[in-house]
Ligand binder design. Structure first.
Ligand code: ASP
Ligand code: MG
Length: 439
């Protein structure tokens, strides 16, 4: 059970979490709790570190905030004292050397989770839920040295299983830090911002969990962003592929790599609402619900750049695309959508700087035009590829909305129909499309 920053934001939320965990325990589930930092603490730590680097030493900005939460939870000041001392030392160090390396950034960022699990486990205990806080590295989670994007070393699963078996007393619920890790040499790492979900699926994979629950502040995954579409509604079940497409194309719900460990081990991931635990949420699994909607959801990714290369020399010529991709690859240009004709290629990317570096070489392939401010709008659903007339309905909705579609991509057996539109048209396109597909 993973609880995100908003689920553990304050006493009111942590009290809800306590009841959710208690209910699971009473239903005789063997629970592992994974927690994020309290909402805003990771950002505050990073901002304070940047300020220290820039010459301004203000540890209280973050310490006061953490202390206030701990106090409201009824934790003794001694619980966090060593952490506060270490944070002060570290910030002083950063301030002295005026340097903030990726390594130091991970070190400072790690305190949010390390402190939150202590406060939460302490609160659980006093509420009658037997629990103990753990830093995940004491449970076998040893990572590579990729600071800011670390991953556990191969074989970590066995180490974790052993550690859980030997370190966690029978009948005690472990409350484990999300987000962080440690290298073999003992240096603290993180798996990346918003990475606690990934920590949860990695633990789930290691322990061969029956399921991974991601507790958040919406009723599972929605058919569209509820802040843009009034009628957005819950999706009861999704296939792994659909969720992966959604994560990649802008759903703020799941980080793209979160699902990988679950997919590899076929572990269902359930997204649930801490504020409404009775809601069924969304289950993401290796199964398509035959009674479900043809279309699962709508997502979009803004601020994309489109490159069009025009050339009459281009096609029918073998190896043209291979040479083009070699250049893109060499400069680190990540391509999302692509459409080709006899005389032109259009492709989208969000790695604008990499594209700038590649442009001089790309001009050898033909006349290059670059346009910014585009959105990839995707309709995702397992039923898409054999539902007659879906394309017409989707494009018809865009026409009704008065939105120009500049590119379309839909592959054989695809579960994703992608369109490129202008950033400015998002607010008009999504509600009309949602109405067409879900009403
Ligand atoms: N606390 C970390 C962050 O804010 C990780 C997480 O919340 O998932 O990025
Ligand atoms: Mg989060």
């Amino acid at each position: 059970m993973k609880f995100g920053g908003s689920s553990v934001a304050n006493k009111q939320q942590i009290a809800k979490v306590t009841e959710i965990v208690r209910a699971a325990r009473d239903a005789s589930a063997r629970v592992v709790v994974v927690c994020s930092a309290h909402k805003g603490i990771t950002n505050a730590l990073i901002e304070t570190a940047r300020a220290a680097q820039a010459g301004e030493l203000t540890p209280r900005r973050v310490l006061d905030r953490q202390a206030e939460i701990a106090t409201s939870l009824g934790c003794a000041p001694s619980l966090l004292k060593p952490f506060f001392a270490e944070i002060r030392d570290l910030l002083r160090g950063i301030n002295l050397v005026k340097e903030l390396s990726p390594r130091s950034l991970d070190y400072i960022s790690s305190f949010g989770e390390r402190m939150s699990v202590r406060c939460i486990a302490d609160f659980f205990l006093r509420a009658g839920v037997r629990a103990r806080a753990f830093d995940i590295w004491d449970l076998g989670f040893i990572t590579d040295e990729c600071f800011g994007n670390a991953r556990p070393l191969a074989g970590y699963e066995d180490a974790m299983r052993d550690a859980f078996a030997t370190q966690v007393p029978e009948g005690t619920i472990p409350v484990v830090t999300g987000f962080v890790g440690k290298t073999r040499a003992g240096e603290i790492t993180t798996v990346g911002r918003n990475g606690s979900d990934l920590t949860a699926t990695l633990i789930g994979a290691a322990l061969r969990a029956r399921e991974v629950q991601i507790w958040t502040d919406t009723d599972g995954v929605m058919t569209a962003d509820p802040s843009v579409v009034e009628g957005a509604r819950n999706i009861p079940t999704m296939h792994f592929d659909e969720a992966a497409e959604l994560a990649y194309f802008g759903s703020r719900m799941l980080h793209p790599s979160t699902l990988l460990p679950a997919i590899a081990n076929n572990i269902p991931v359930r997204v649930l609402n801490t504020n409404r635990p009775e809601h069924r949420g969304t289950v993401i699994q290796d199964r398509v619900d035959p009674s479900g909607n043809v279309v699962t959801s709508i997502a979009y990714k803004e601020r994309q750049t489109v490159l069009t290369i025009n050339s009459v020399r281009m096609f029918g010529q073998s190896g043209y695309l291979a040479r083009l991709y070699e250049v893109l690859g060499r400069h680190g240009v990540v391509v999302d959508m692509i459409a080709t004709s006899e005389v032109s290629i259009s492709l989208t990317t969000n790695t604008r700087e990499a594209l700038e570096r590649a442009l001089p070489t790309l001009r050898k392939f033909g006349r290059c035009e670059v346009e910014e401010g585009k959105t990839i709008l995707v309709v995702v659903g397992h039923g898409l590829y054999d539902a007659r007339g879906m394309g017409a309905r989707i494009l018809g909705a865009m026409s009704t909305a008065g939105v120009n579609v500049e590119m379309v991509s839909f592959a054989a057996r695809s579960i994703n129909f992608s369109m490129l539109i202008d950033d400015r048209d998002i607010g008009r396109a999504v509600p009309v499309l949602h109405h067409e597909l879900f009403s």
